[in-house]
Design a protein around this ligand. Structure first.
Ligand code: ADP
Length: 160
């Protein structure tokens, strides 16, 4: 049984995240989307809201589950038997950051946690959660960025 975790903030989940989830779910028998509960940051959506949104987005994917975690990914992975972390790469700027995280996780896990990268579909290569938030905060069109049912939820956060 090949299992993997796709960790991230997903604040909010975008079509780019969903594309990575779909493709990773085709590769692994069991995929967990791990929503990071980072107490040091104030997210737009609470961790419970992000988990619920991702559960809704993946409800037709039987081998995908959604969970939240806090603390270090390596500790969560060790406690739950994950040896593979999935991350998405959009551009060379992502690569430098992601390479550092991957190597740090490899070191911290004593070599137990590997990272697999999926390159973004070009259709979504410009998408980021922070970009979506910026556009939405000015009432701009986010319909090409996030699944339809999220749109009103995001605007509501900005009183739009
Ligand atoms: P972080 O975990 O750094 O807070 P995110 O939650 O925004 O980042 O993203 C989680 C993962 O999904 C990261 O590996 C990120 O590179 C990847 N990702 C984000 N947006 C896209 C996209 N449009 N296409 C492919 N991968 C993406």
């Amino acid at each position: 049984m090949k299992k993997a975790i796709y960790p991230g903030s997903f604040d909010p989940p975008t079509l780019g995240h969903l594309d990575i989830i779909r493709r990773a779910a085709d590769i692994f028998d069991d995929l967990t989307v791990g929503v990071l509960d980072n107490r040091a940051k104030t997210p737009l959506f609470s961790v419970e809201e992000r988990v619920n949104i991702l559960k809704e987005l993946t409800k037709d994917m039987p081998n995908v589950k959604v969970e939240s975690f806090s603390g270090l990914l390596v500790d969560y992975a060790k406690a739950n038997g994950y040896h593979v972390s999935v991350r998405g790469l959009r551009a060379i700027t992502d690569f430098e950051y992601e390479l550092q995280i991957a190597q740090t996780n490899k070191m911290l896990s004593g070599g137990e946690l590997d990272t697999i990268f999926l390159t973004t579909d070009v259709e979504y290569s410009y998408l980021s959660s922070s970009g979506v938030k910026e556009i939405a905060s000015f009432g701009g069109d986010i319909s090409h960025c996030v699944p339809e049912f999220e749109i009103e939820m995001i605007y509501a956060k900005y009183g739009k």
